[in-house]
Write a protein that binds this ligand. Structure first.
Ligand SMILES: Nc1ncnc2c1ncn2[C@@H]1O[C@H](COP(=O)(O)OP(=O)(O)OP(=O)(O)O)[C@@H](O)[C@H]1O
Length: 235
């Protein structure tokens, strides 16, 4: 589903953000990216979404060669990917229903299909009773569930979340992570960048740890900290 071959990213100001990354994530996997602030997690995600371009190497995602993709091909590519951010990014002037429906309108789904699908997805994230509310009438956890519904409404093959629980309390964070796990069990490949030690340790998913732009650990059923050295090197 995701393949990085010898990928290096140097930003325009000369910052070396990722060095020689080799990475393979299979269809149906659930993977955490962890690492200190500045270690390169968001850059990795931006390369997956083609929000940034690799300086060297090959990035492929869902059968697309993201490195060589033309600008005009990007919107079509992104339709197959759902994205969730730390800061929700909802449209404040639209209701919950409209926020989710909008994602389908953008891809020119039929109105009938939108009327069928939006309530289903709102039900999945437990927000059927909030369809008419506006984002500022919701708690942070509810707003993130709307963002998740929006990310899922077009049935993405890949869901990418960059610190999706960064602004939420622990209990609410668990609600979001459990939803991500459910979505994964239904077949969607899930990638999550996070600082949540408890959640990573409990969920026992694949853990890819970054430090200074390099992968320093890649573990199936991994932990937040490296058990071999027991160093608390991540925050
Ligand atoms: N647009 C940019 N231009 C220049 N340098 C950048 C840019 N974005 C990120 N960087 C730098 O690239 C490195 C990796 O940053 P990145 O945001 O990927 O880290 P991160 O692990 O996601 O951090 P955090 O956990 O704080 O979000 C850092 O040194 C950062 O300062």
């Amino acid at each position: 589903m995701i393949n990085f071959e010898n990928v290096t990213k140097i930003y325009q100001n000369g910052t070396l953000a990722l060095t020689n990354i080799n990475l393979k994530i299979n269809k149906g996997d659930f993977t955490f990216f962890i690492g200190q602030s500045g270690s390169g997690k968001s850059t990795l995600i931006k390369l997956i979404l083609r929000e940034e371009e690799a300086t060297e190497g090959i990035v492929s995602v869902n059968g697309f060669n993201v490195s060589t993709m033309l600008r005009k091909e990007i919107p079509f590519f992104r339709r197959s990917i759902g994205v969730v951010f730390q800061d929700f990014r909802l449209l404040p002037g639209k209701t919950v229903y409209e926020n989710v429906a909008f994602a389908m309108q953008v891809v020119e789904a039929l109105p009938k299909e939108i009327r069928r699908r939006v309530p289903t997805v709102l039900g999945l994230v437990g927000l059927s009773n909030k369809a008419k509310a506006y984002p500022n009438q919701l708690s942070g956890g509810e707003q993130q569930r709307v963002a998740l519904a929006r990310a899922l409404v077009n049935n993405p093959v890949l869901l990418v979340a960059d610190e999706p629980t960064g602004n939420l309390d622990p209990e609410t964070s668990w609600g979001i992570m459990n939803l991500l796990a459910e979505v994964n069990q239904m077949g969607t490949t899930v990638v999550v960048a996070t600082h949540e030690k408890n959640i990573v340790d409990t969920m026992k998913k694949r853990v890819i740890a970054l430090s200074k732009g390099e992968i320093i650990r890649d573990q199936e059923k991994g932990q937040y900290e490296d058990e071999d050295t027991n160093h608390q090197i991540y925050n």
